[in-house]
Design a protein around this ligand. Structure first.
Ligand SMILES: [Zn+2]
Ligand SMILES: [Zn+2]
Length: 333
């Protein structure tokens, strides 16, 4: 089969992914073989390909927002032809102290799709049958793909930030994940404030019903109850913190940050403001979010790349040069 394979992480401009023929994977017990119909491109893939996340295998096929079709009949719930989603959390040991507390997102021995095991930048992939999700029928393959990480982890960020109905919520950055949280917030009657560089991202946010949009250094005109940051930048975390009311929460939706600059505790954090990170996801996040996405008819904005152009897709994510999400479709030309 054809796949995009990473052996040596380096700058995406040097095209670290090699598009090549590899053996088709064979499922073992508890796994499904999936034909990949679409795979979303996430910033985490970029961190893996460029080496900010340390390599854990000699070679890996990235990609963890997989819309796949079950190839071989396995169980009654997963008949041949069923359409399922695969996410970043591809497995958990279900025995560590975190799993036992229902915090499988913090599992001590997790499986991460497209990182600790091969992912979806390929024509076929494997997945644990207990870590796949049936997809809402009203979403096509390309639209379902970005829901599977950008969407689910965006949704988890709203929960980690403690968003309640009708609150004022700031989104700092407006890429793939943020643009999927905005309609969820609107469905909860929240007032959404979007601060982002890039005029086209601001236009998109305004067209989707943001109450206010501003550039990177503009401050929302009212104190925020919650803020979520999406950029891999510590400066942005401080900008979000500076926009909060007392008792407000900043949730950081990023697996890697450059650094958080030194900041004034008395002015920015005092008053029971909180900074929280958002780590991975749980299966119940996935199920809840996919249900909401189906109910509100979430329509992600996507740009499609064929598998041969996986490097370019990651470059586009790095440069923030597309609106919405990049999706790789192995069958696209
Ligand atoms: Zn991701
Ligand atoms: Zn565990």
């Amino acid at each position: 089969m054809k796949a995009a394979v990473l052996t040596v992480p380096r700058n995406i401009g040097d095209h670290p992914l090699e598009i090549t023929e590899v053996a088709e994977p064979r499922p073992s017990a508890g796994q499904a073989l999936l034909k990949v119909r679409a795979c979303g491109v996430c910033r985490t893939d970029l961190h893996i390909v460029e080496g900010e996340l340390k390599p854990v295998r000699e070679r890996v096929i990235p990609g963890h927002q997989i819309v796949g079709e079950v190839v071989a009949a396995l169980t009654a719930e997963l008949p041949s032809g069923a359409r399922v989603g695969v996410c970043w959390l591809g497995g958990a040991d279900e025995s560590c102290p975190y799993c036992r507390r229902g915090l499988e997102n913090l599992c001590d021995s997790p499986t991460f799709t497209g990182y600790t095991v091969d992912g979806g930048y390929a024509e076929y992939t494997l997945a644990r049958t207990d870590f796949v999700f049936p997809l809402p029928e009203n979403l096509d393959d390309l639209q379902a793909a970005p829901l599977l990480c950008a969407g689910i982890i965006g949704y988890r960020s709203l929960r980690v930030a403690g968003v309640e109905k009708g609150e004022r919520v700031g989104l700092f950055g407006f890429g793939a994940s943020a643009h999927l949280t905005l309609p969820v917030l609107r469905s909860w009657n929240c007032e959404v404030f979007v601060s982002t560089r890039g005029a086209s991202h601001r236009q998109l946010a305004a067209s989707m019903g943001a109450a206010w949009v501003g550039a990177e250094n503009d401050r929302p005109p009212a104190p925020l109850d919650r803020a979520i940051t999406f950029a891999p930048s510590g400066e942005v975390v401080l900008a979000a913190l500076a926009s909060l009311r007392k008792g407000g929460v900043v949730a950081i939706n990023a697996i890697h940050l450059d650094r958080i600059p030194q900041f004034d505790y008395d002015r920015l954090l005092w008053g029971e403001r909180q900074i929280r990170s958002v780590a991975n996801m749980t299966r119940s996040d996935a199920r809840e979010f996919l249900q909401i996405a189906s109910e509100i008819g979430l329509q992600p904005k996507v740009t499609v790349f064929p598998l041969e152009r996986a490097n370019e897709a990651l470059q586009a994510v790095k440069n923030d040069s597309i609106d919405g999400a990049a999706v790789i479709a192995p069958s696209a030309q």
